[in-house]
Design a protein around this ligand. Structure first.
Ligand SMILES: C[S@@+](CC[C@H](N)C(=O)[O-])C[C@H]1O[C@@H](n2cnc3c(N)ncnc32)[C@H](O)[C@@H]1O
Length: 322
């Protein structure tokens, strides 16, 4: 399986090492991951995550994986997962597809993924660590499917590049590596989310209303509060679709993830959603702002979702399409 033409890359413990891997992690975070990796080799990955109380539920929750069904993975598909974290979803994709390539910017997370995939005997997985520059280390038209689940909002944070320019480059790269007819599942957070409208603090900017504010004003507030340059960057539906279109994606379908794309109780077409059809007990367990969102007129509800999810398609080449 070659996704990289003639370029030669260095591998360490089965992970391809790229020049733009991250070196920004806190020493304590690295020490913890090193310790988890050591235990994973001795007692297995799940047991090691459990022992260190390291997000096991978050990593293995079935609701979090439901996005994998949104584009329909086939056993003939070559799949790319961007921002694959500890490999929690690489494993599932590998079982359903022909091959998976995964790119994760944090080297120790990529190293853990490799161990997890090896432990499960998965031989169709290629893992790289890097991506901080927004360059994808794959040949043009390599993949049938690309997943980029909750990565975009943070992914520009390890360069000096303007986040909007970074996102344009990144989505352009995704378009480049998709085969004609290839599918993209992209999810990120909504700049116009109801929670920011109601004045919640935005974790990306560190200020109330955060990403909702005009961009120039955001910069001024952060400058005044000595918060430095922002690393997180959110879009509205229209903003995200403009970038997708610029990159070449003409076919972009909005998907509703309710209450959000991290733990969706519903993931599907907007038209098919009804609060009455949510599983029993869900409405009562929602955060107050999410419950409130259910009472908005449809148009306002649609624009102020917590997450933006796009199912996009790269057009087939003209000759193939005919
Ligand atoms: C919120 S996690 C989402 C993980 C996974 N996609 C999921 O759905 O569970 C975002 C991941 O993207 C990684 N990441 C951030 N910027 C990246 C970049 N430029 N290239 C590759 N990975 C990146 C982070 O290190 C982190 O592991």
């Amino acid at each position: 399986m070659s996704k990289t033409g003639t370029t030669e890359f260095e591998y360490q413990n089965g992970v391809r090492i790229l020049a733009d891997q991250s070196s920004h992690e806190e020493p304590e975070a690295n020490e913890k991951l090193e310790s988890i990796i050591k235990d994973a080799k001795a007692i297995g990955c799940v047991a090691a995550l459990e022992k260190h109380n390291h997000h096991l539920t978050y990593l293995t929750d079935a609701k979090r994986m439901s996005y994998l069904d949104a584009v329909g993975i086939r056993d003939t598909d070559d799949v790319l997962e961007i921002g694959s974290s500890l490999g929690q979803h690489i494993r599932i994709i590998a079982q359903r597809s022909k091959s998976v390539s995964a790119i994760e910017v944090v080297p120790l997370q990529a190293a853990f993924s490799r161990i997890w995939c090896d432990e499960e005997g998965l031989e169709n997985v290629d893992i790289s660590t890097g991506g901080a520059s927004g360059q994808l280390p794959y040949d043009d038209e390599s993949f049938d499917v690309v997943f980029c689940n909750y990565v975009l909002e943070w992914c520009a944070g390890r360069t000096e590049m303007d986040p909007a320019d970074f996102h344009r480059k990144y989505i352009g790269e995704i378009y480049r590596v998709l085969k004609p007819g290839g599918r993209l599942y992209l999810s990120t957070k909504n700049r116009l989310s109801l929670k920011y409208i109601l004045g919640s603090r935005d974790e990306h900017l560190g200020v109330r209303f955060g990403s909702l504010l005009p961009r120039g004003y955001q910069k001024r507030i952060r400058h005044k509060a000595r918060l430095g340059r922002t690393t997180g960057y959110l879009h509205s539906w229209n903003g995200l679709e403009a970038i997708l279109k610029d990159a070449g994606f003409d076919d972009n379908q909005r998907i509703l993830a309710f209450p959000d794309a991290r733990f969706p109780e519903y993931l599907g077409d907007f038209a098919g959603f009804s609060a009455n059809n949510l599983p029993q007990g869900v409405t009562e367990s929602l955060a107050r702002k999410d419950r409130l969102s259910l009472r908005l007129p449809a148009r306002a509800f649609d624009l102020t979702t917590n997450s933006l999810v796009s199912r996009s398609k790269k057009a087939k080449k003209y000759a193939e399409a005919c």
